[in-house]
Design a protein around this ligand. Structure first.
Ligand code: C2O
Length: 502
């Protein structure tokens, strides 16, 4: 399939969650796997989807353009292969977005210049519609359902900077898939979904609804300091008369579903602990049982000094920054994958990304005095097929905040998570190595940690970053290089000849 869209600015396109096995050149993030597509140019990404199915999405990856440039990417099972649950009567993609009544590129470049926090968004949306609670809007998402029927909702959080709680009044969901991987079905009446995550749920329409319309609503989960968009998006679940049998009641007063408090970390933790890999005979979990390389990364905010002759609006007159193991990643001016592939890494990147923090501290306790990050374009190099365990530890330096960490090129297993500081002598004994959820984006808990495992079986350069664009812009990102294996089908082929150049 091909699609062409032209832009009057630099652009790129990332297919979020597609593994790009041996097609790493088509991954899309600017300055990581390619240079941006220049103004008014077009570029066709060629890749094969190998062994994946489910709900994912695509989005621009440069600057904050993904605020508006995104869409669903739905891969159906192979013909004749059923879902591991009863076939729904209808499927509905629902994309949560975040709307700024301004040019998002201008917002982030101003924030980076002044060192302060960027403006927050003006509305959240479902499929582009903010709903009746915003006075500027008459645009409301309507999910039309027939009594008694079952709907597969393909939920995608494409918002820039906020995790969302989502609920439909008087209805509950059965979760069946996360990040395009089947999970053991579980029931819930509240959903939590972080930017970069996708969740498939079954919604059973009531056989005898007592209203014809119910409200659905989404609002952020947020624990950090500073300002954020705490508006509420709403939409309608509308019952449509089926032929004959029941008569729908006249509308009573609509009431919003109750949503958890903005900072309800316990609701988020409870919810995320319910996910288990389906781990059936047909869809087995393949958790690496042994580990060849262990990494411990701190993820969080910090600051960097204000340059002379500048007034900075960040914390205590400094600039906001974010880092992994205190390295705030600086994007190079040429693509990492090109310089790696053609062995021209000199002056582009270094391979000394620290496997553990250089100066350990009490990550979730009182912050250290010096909170300046260091800058660099550092990567980790992994031999082909290394089994990796990575513990990501959230820090409280500028307030404890949850970070949705997304890894390109892989799915990983979430083998453990907890609050406080990770304890290497007691926590690993509690890891789930049987049926942990498999995903591409995981929330590192606020003031907590998460442990993941993956097999580095995909040669290339793979971005890993916080899927909050504000943290991405502040440097909460890094990259892994996975080397070629020995066999021909374990090597990254050369780039397409028309790959955009810097
Ligand atoms: Cu959804 Cu690096 O991206």
């Amino acid at each position: 399939m091909t699609a062409t869209i032209k832009f009057d600015e630099q652009i790129d396109g990332h297919r979020h969650g597609i593994r790009q096995l041996q097609s790493g050149w088509a991954d899309g993030p600017s300055y990581i796997t390619q240079c941006p597509i220049q103004t008014n140019q077009s570029y066709v990404y060629n890749f094969t989807i190998t062994g994946q199915r489910g709900t994912l999405f695509w989005h621009a990856h440069i600057s904050w353009i993904r605020a508006t440039v995104y869409g669903p990417l739905i891969i159906f099972p192979k013909r004749g292969v059923p879902y591991p649950f009863a076939k729904p009567d209808k499927e509905v993609p629902m994309l949560f977005g975040e709307w700024f009544n301004a040019d998002t590129e201008a917002i982030i470049s101003q924030a980076l210049q002044t060192g302060g926090g960027p403006n927050v968004s003006d509305a959240y949306t479902i499929n582009g519609k903010p709903g009746p609670l915003y006075n500027c809007s008459s645009d409301t998402f309507k999910l039309k359902v027939t009594p008694g029927k079952t709907y597969l909702l393909r939920l995608i959080n494409a918002a820039l900077n906020d995790e969302l709680f989502f609920r439909i009044a008087n209805h509950s969901f059965t979760v069946v898939e996360a990040d395009a991987v089947y999970v053991k079905p579980f029931k819930t009446d509240i959903l939590v979904i972080a930017p970069g995550q996708t969740t498939n749920v079954l919604l059973k329409a009531k056989p005898n609804p007592h209203k014809s319309t119910y409200l659905m609503a989404a609002r952020p989960y947020f624990t950090g300091q500073g300002t954020f968009d705490n508006t509420t998006m709403a939409g309608f679940l509308e019952y449509v008369q089926s032929s004959g049998n029941i008569t729908l009641p006249k509308n009573l007063t609509l009431s919003l579903p109750t949503l958890p408090a903005i900072n309800a970390t316990s609701v988020v933790a409870n919810f995320s602990q319910k996910f288990r890999h389906l781990n059936s005979r047909q869809y087995p979990a393949q958790v690496p049982q042994t580990v060849q390389k262990r990494f411990f990364f701190t993820v969080g905010l910090g600051n960097s000094p204000c340059s002379k002759n500048q007034t900075c609006q960040g914390p205590n007159g400094t600039k906001f920054a974010a880092s992994v193991n205190n390295v705030s990643f600086a994007l190079p001016s040429t693509a990492l994958l090109q310089s790696y592939f053609f062995k021209k890494s000199n002056g582009v990147f270094t391979t000394d990304f620290p496997a553990t923090p250089l100066r350990p501290f009490n990550y979730t306790g009182t912050p250290p005095n010096k909170t300046f990050v260091s800058n660099g374009t550092k990567v980790v190099v992994l031999p082909f097929n290394t089994s990796v365990e990575l513990v990501m530890q959230g820090t409280s330096i500028l307030g404890a905040e949850s970070h949705p960490l997304h890894l390109h090129g892989f799915n990983f297993y979430v083998v453990g998570q907890g609050f406080g500081n990770f304890n290497p002598s007691t926590d690993p004994a509690k890891f789930n190595l049987v049926d942990p959820v498999e995903r591409n984006t995981v929330g590192v808990p606020a003031a907590g940690w998460v442990a993941i495992r993956f097999l580095a079986d995909n040669p290339g350069v793979w971005f890993m970053h916080c899927h909050f664009d504000v943290h991405l812009s502040w440097g909460l990102k890094m990259a892994w290089i996975v080397q070629d294996g020995k066999l021909p089908n374990q090597k990254l082929p050369p780039p397409p000849s028309d790959l955009p150049k810097c």
